[in-house]
Design a protein around this ligand. Structure first.
Ligand code: 5AD
Ligand code: SF4
Length: 475
């Protein structure tokens, strides 16, 4: 997924099939959709089940339990899951004891309604209830339906060592917060993932240390809004921390620093930043440490202040551009990417042009672009009309994607003729004789293998490029 410099909607929500584990010689098939947080959650699920003595399969016809970890962010993501469930049904015909479970955001959104809509689903489990999976499997084995969609104010799975699934052995995700308190008008996440809570920094640093000792060379710290990470001794951020509590607290900038100090050869990335909360302090920390990558994913959603206000994003176009200016000032070589939603309720042609002109100003390295999809229960669904016709949404999206293709090519070209420090992630898809990795800005770099291998840092002189990939030779 990361190899696409410009990523449109069709590339999102690609499923990763994962081998995992099940009880007593039984087999589990686990599939994940959606964001990095969901993939990270699947690694927690795998760990919980492995502790119950489990084994693995990649063929769902062979499975005793099928779990699908779902996404609810857009209607399209849910449709993909429903389609997949109809395929699982075929396996249920040949194996009547097969247990099918739906996990994650779509499970949380639909709760027990899922069991009525999708008759062959046996288990429904929300993102904060994975510790109860072993018991829920036991219930389902007796032929009853099992549901746990309780959201928690404390759960961070801090003590669970994730089983790294589909891993390249070089890069890994570590979740640092769960949930979201922002209430963007379009977004279902606050309803599916609950209140925001931060994870104990000590457990984060220990997880990163262990990964480094196992040979991993890059960690990505994950949260819906990493900038609002704050550890004040308890999981849920206190509403009004006292001055003393704040003095003893760990902020996101401090957490980044703690992880960066583990080892200079451990690269640190993070996602996602929020324009309203991103502080210069974080940018200075990135600039200070060579091993914190010069890359910021800063979703803008729209380039028009009226739409941003309706979206309840908490910033204006000017504020956002000021944050971009701060990134360029403090980290001059930074790669910057975005998320954009086009066709939000009442968006006019002129307001769409504002999004295009903001893109012109920033010239993002790459981006994730979507057309607005109304989600049940959200502020926008309750307050506004989803009134931009779908042809208009598609046309606007195409204009945004086309412009981003141009900007990605422009940014990639700027990397030609320079030496890039690349962390090797594996063999290039196109040729066994070539390796691929990423530079600090998150751009993919391909070069002849020679004697280098996965996990090495290699200085690559870049000689040419395609639209989004740099091509060169080790120096
Ligand atoms: N419709 C379209 N895109 C959405 N996103 C979130 N909610 C919606 C929605 N209802 C996009 C935003 C967010 C990204 C993860 O998904 O751009 O940043
Ligand atoms: Fe991730 Fe959001 Fe989709 Fe949930 S709804 S899986 S948090 S992208």
């Amino acid at each position: 997924m990361h190899e696409n410099k410009v990523i449109d909607e069709s590339k999102q929500g690609e499923a990763l099939m994962i081998e995992s584990t099940v009880k007593g010689g039984k087999k589990l098939f686990l599939e994940s959709y959606g964001c990095a947080m969901n993939f990270s959650d699947s690694e927690i699920v795998a760990s919980i089940l492995k502790d119950k003595g489990f084994s693995t399969t990649q063929d769902f016809f062979e499975a005793d339990v099928i779990f699908v970890n779902t996404c609810a962010i857009r209607e399209g993501a849910e449709q993909r899951v429903r389609k997949r469930l109809t395929e699982y049904r075929k396996a249920k015909k040949t194996n009547p004891d097969l247990i099918i479970g739906v996990l994650g955001c779509m499970a949380e959104r639909l709760k027990s309604q899922f069991l009525e809509e999708e008759k062959l689903v046996d288990i429904v489990v929300g993102p904060d209830a994975y510790r109860s999976l072993p018991e829920l499997i036991e219930i389902a084995e007796t032929g009853q339906k099992a549901v746990n969609v309780l959201l928690s104010k404390e759960e961070t799975y801090a003590d669970i060592a994730p089983v790294r699934l589909g891993s390249n052995g070089v890069t890994a995700f570590i979740s640092i917060t769960r949930g979201c308190d922002n209430m963007c008008a379009f977004c279902v996440v606050p309803f599916t993932r609950g209140r925001e809570r931060s994870r104990d920094p000590e457990t984060i640093v220990n997880e990163a240390k262990e990964l480094f000792e196992q040979g991993y060379r890059e960690v990505t710290l994950l949260g819906q809004n990493v900038d609002s990470y704050l550890w004040t001794g308890g999981g849920l951020k206190k509403e009004n921390p006292s001055t003393e509590e704040l003095q003893n607290a760990t902020t996101f900038a401090q957490l980044l620093e703690k992880v960066a100090l583990i080892h200079p050869d451990l690269r640190v990335r993070f996602s996602t930043s929020h324009p309203k909360d991103m502080l210069d302090e974080v940018l200075y920390t990135i600039a200070k440490y060579d091993n914190i990558c010069s890359y910021v994913h800063l979703p803008v959603q729209s380039g028009n202040s009226r739409i941003l206000e309706m979206m309840n994003r908490g910033y204006t176009r000017e504020w956002y551009l000021n944050r971009i200016a701060a990134i360029r000032r403090i980290i001059p070589d930074a790669g910057i990417s975005m998320d954009i939603i086009t066709g939000f309720c009442s968006e006019t042609e002129k307001e769409h042009q504002d999004t295009l002109s903001l893109m012109e100003d920033v010239k993002y390295d790459f981006g994730y672009m979507f057309s607005y999809s109304e989600r049940p229960k959200t502020l926008a669904e309750r307050k506004y009309k989803d009134d931009v016709p779908s042809e208009v949404k598609s046309r606007r999206l195409q204009e945004i994607v086309d412009l981003q293709v141009k900007h990605s090519a422009f940014r990639t070209k700027q990397g030609v003729g320079k030496v890039h420090r690349v962390l090797v992630e594996g063999t290039s898809k196109k040729s066994k004789e070539e390796l691929f990795g990423r530079n600090s800005q998150n751009t993919v770099v391909v070069f002849p293998k020679e004697n280098y291998k996965k996990g090495d840092y290699v200085n690559v002189m870049v000689e040419s490029c395609t639209g989004g990939t740099l091509i060169g030779k080790a120096v």
